[in-house]
Ligand binder design. Structure first.
Ligand code: UFG
Length: 346
C-alpha cells in the first residue's frame, strides 16, 4: 500500500535517516515539514538526490498551515520527529520544552484526528524511564516504571500519554511509540570500499558522547571530558545502549506496515548491549587511529548510571532485526561523517 506520509523534523538527524530509507526502500509519498532550527537545507538537498519529495519550511506552531498540508496532500500517516532534545537545556528552559515537544504534539494530534489521519509514529525516548535504581539483568522493558527526571523526558512521557488517550477514543487512529536509547552514527553508505555517509548529525551544539568523541578525532575540538569515573560499574564510567541511527530508521519503516495489521503499541529501540563511556571512547580512538585528550571530570547532574534496553518486544512483534549492532561501526560512521561533511561551526 502506498502511503502519504508527513515527516515532521525530517531535516534533522534522526528524521533525515528515516526519510533516506523511505526514499530508498519504499514508494510512499513523502512530505517533510521542518523549521530548520536544528535541521538544515543541505540535508534536504542531499535527500532529494535519492528521489524527489516535497519540503515545506514550517514551524508546527503554524497550525492553519499544518492543517492545509494534511488536507492538500491527503496525509494518512505522520512520523513525528520534530522536538527539542537536549536534556540540560530542558532543565534551564522547561517551558520551551513543554511548548515545543508537548503542546506542539497535542496540536498536531488534534489536527491529525480532525483530518482523519490514520497512523502516527512518535519519537519518544528512554528518558521516560528516568533514573532506575536497579535495572533488570536483561535490560529495561516497556513495562518498566516510567519516572522522568528532567523536563525533556517528562515532555515526551506527557506526549505519549496524550497520544494513547486520543487513540483510545478514536478507533481509526493508531500509533507506534518508539522509545529511543542512545542514537549515534551516520548513514551507512559505501563508495567502493569507503564508508561515505551522505547525511549525519550536523547540529553544532550537539552534546552526545559519540558526536563529541568524533569531534575530537577529527581535531575540531582538542579534548573531551568523561563525566565521572567513580560509578559502581566495571570500569567506573556510565553504561549506555548505543544504537546506530540507520537501524532506528528501519524500525520506523517497519512501523508503517505493522500498523496496517496490528494494534497500537510502545516499543523500545536499542540493541540491549551496554557499553561504558570509556569503551565508547576507546572504540573511537581504535577505529580512527586518532588519539585525543580525555579528562576525567565530575559527574554530570541528572545522569543515570546504567541505561540498557530490553528489545525483545520489537524483535518479536515487529520482526526488527538490527544490521549495525557494532560499536566500532557506529563510531567509524560518525567519524567519517564528521570528517567529510559536518558543519565546522564548533
Ligand atoms: N558523556 C561524557 N562526556 C561527554 C558526553 C557524554 O562522559 O562529553 C557521558 C554521559 O555522562 C553519559 C554518556 O556519556 O554517561 C552518554 O551521554 P550522552 O549525552 O551521549 O547521552 P545521554 O545518555 O545523556 O542521553 C541520551 C540522549 C537523550 C535521551 C537519553 C535516553 O541524548 O536525548 O539518551 O537515555 F533522553
Amino acid at each position: 500500500m502506498k502511503n502519504n506520509i508527513l515527516v515532521t523534523g525530517g531535516a534533522g538527524y534522526i528524521g533525515s535517516h528515516a526519510v533516506k530509507q523511505l526514499l530508498e526502500t519504499t514508494k510512499h509519498n513523502i512530505i517533510i515539514v521542518d523549521n530548520l532550527s536544528t535541521g538544515n537545507l543541505k540535508t534536504i538537498k542531499t535527500l532529494k538526490l535519492i528521489r524527489d519529495f516535497k519540503f515545506i519550511k514550517l514551524d508546527l506552531k503554524e497550525l492553519d498551515k499544518v492543517k492545509s498540508i494534511l488536507k492538500d496532500n491527503n496525509i494518512d500517516t505522520i512520523m513525528h520527529f520534530a522536538a527539542k532534545i537536549i536534556v540540560p537545556e530542558s532543565i534551564k528552559n522547561p517551558i520551551d520544552y513543554y511548548i515545543n515537544n508537548t503542546v506542539n504534539t497535542i496540536n498536531l494530534i488534534k489536527i491529525a484526528v480532525d483530518m482523519k489521519v490514520k497512523k502516527i509514529i512518535f519519537s519518544s525516548s528512554a528518558a521516560v524511564y528516568g533514573e532506575p535504581d536497579k535495572i533488570p539483568e536483561d535490560g529495561i522493558d516497556e513495562n518498566f516504571q516510567t519516572n522522568p527526571i528532567n523536563p525533556y523526558g517528562m515532555s515526551k512521557l506527557m506526549s505519549e500519554n496524550i497520544i494513547k488517550d486520543v487513540a483510545t477514543v478514536n478507533d481509526d487512529f493508531k500509533y507506534v511509540i518508539f522509545r529511543y536509547f542512545n542514537v549515534a552514527g551516520a548513514d551507512i553508505n559505501y563508495v567502493g570500499n569507503n564508508l561515505t555517509p551522505r547525511i549525519g548529525q550536523s547540529f553544532p551544539n550537539a552534546t552526545n558522547l559519540i558526536k563529541i568523541a568524533s569531534l575530537c578525532a577529527t581535531k575540531k575540538i582538542e579534548k573531551m571530558d568523561i563525566f565521572g569515573d567513580d560509578y559502581d560499574t566495571f570500569d567506573g564510567t556510565q553504561i549506555r545502549d548505543y544504537i546506530h541511527v540507520d537501524d532506528l530508521a528501519d524500525a520506523h519503516i517497519k512501523a508503517i506496515d505493522y500498523l496496517n495489521n496490528n494494534s497500537s503499541d510502545i516499543f523500545n529501540v536499542g540493541y540491549s548491549n551496554g557499553f561504558s563511556v570509556k569503551e565508547a571512547i576507546s572504540s573511537m580512538k581504535k577505529v580512527t587511529k586518532e588519539d585525543f585528550k580525555v579528562n576525567i571530570s565530575s559527574r554530570r547532574a541528572g545522569d543515570p548510571v546504567n541505561v540498557v534496553s530490553n528489545n525483545t518486544k520489537i524483535k518479536n512483534k515487529m520482526g526488527w532485526t538490527p544490521k549495525y549492532n557494532d560499536l566500532d561501526l557506529i563510531c567509524k560512521s560518525s567519524y567519517e561523517w564528521e570528517k567529510r561533511y559536518a558543519s565546522k561551526t564548533i
